[in-house]
Design a protein around this ligand. Structure first.
Ligand code: APR
Length: 194
């Protein structure tokens, strides 16, 4: 895949990286996704939309019970797809719940399903006039996807979408640890060097 991007900022000690893709911006930051002020934040949910630990637990705790009520009304979400609820008590107006694959060695379509989780989330955002969105690192916690491979898929999918569509202006990856942020930064540099 060939695409053009421009490095806008890169802090020396690995705290933040920002690039432009077409008219849009892609950022990597370390932080807590529940505190983001983007119009939408993405939840790494399960297919029952039943809540859980990790990002999912944090979002439901911070957003309040209304999000789970809306999830129950929707009913569920297959792996690789996405659904949308309000942000309830969060700063974000919407939560986009997507379901990444459980990693079982890589031979069960995990890569395609992970790419699809990102792409479906972005399409749903664009369809709801969302201009700014924050993603966590989907599938790399409880679902066990090795983070370097997951980061590459996440970043390739987002960059390809931003190149094709001007609908979303800001995509922010919010990484929970310095180590995860570093992996995403390294993968983004490699993508740019391809
Ligand atoms: N903000 C940003 N990232 C976070 C936060 C947070 N508040 N909390 C955890 N993370 C990070 C984790 O450190 C991990 O790197 O999000 C990444 C994804 O981990 P999980 O939340 O475990 O998501 P996933 O691997 O997709 O597993 C989904 O976990 O709790 C359940 O209901 C959820 O069954 C589903 C499964």
């Amino acid at each position: 895949m060939v695409f053009r991007w421009v490095l806008l900022a890169s802090a020396q000690r690995g705290s933040e990286m920002k690039i432009s893709v077409g008219e849009s911006v892609l950022e990597l930051v370390r932080g807590d996704i529940t505190r983001q002020e983007t119009e939408a934040i993405v939840n790494a949910a399960n297919s029952r939309l039943a809540g859980g630990g990790g990002v999912d637990g944090a979002i439901h705790r911070a957003g309040g019970p209304r999000i789970l009520e809306e999830c129950r009304a929707i009913g569920g979400c297959p792996t690789g797809r996405a659904v949308i609820t309000s942000g309830a008590n969060l700063k974000a107006k919407y939560v986009i719940h997507t379901v990444g694959p459980v990693y079982r060695g890589g031979g069960r379509g995990e890569a395609e399903l992970l790419g699809s989780a990102y792409l479906e989330s972005l399409k749903l955002a664009a369809g709801n006039d969302v201009r700014s969105i924050s993603f966590p690192s989907i599938s790399t916690g409880a679902y066990g996807y090795p983070i370097a491979g997951a980061a590459r898929i996440a970043l390739n999918t987002v960059v390809a979408f931003l190149e094709e569509s001007g609908a979303v202006w800001l995509v922010r990856f919010v990484l929970f640890s310095e180590a995860d942020l570093k992996v995403y930064e390294d993968e983004l540099r490699e993508i740019g060097a391809d």
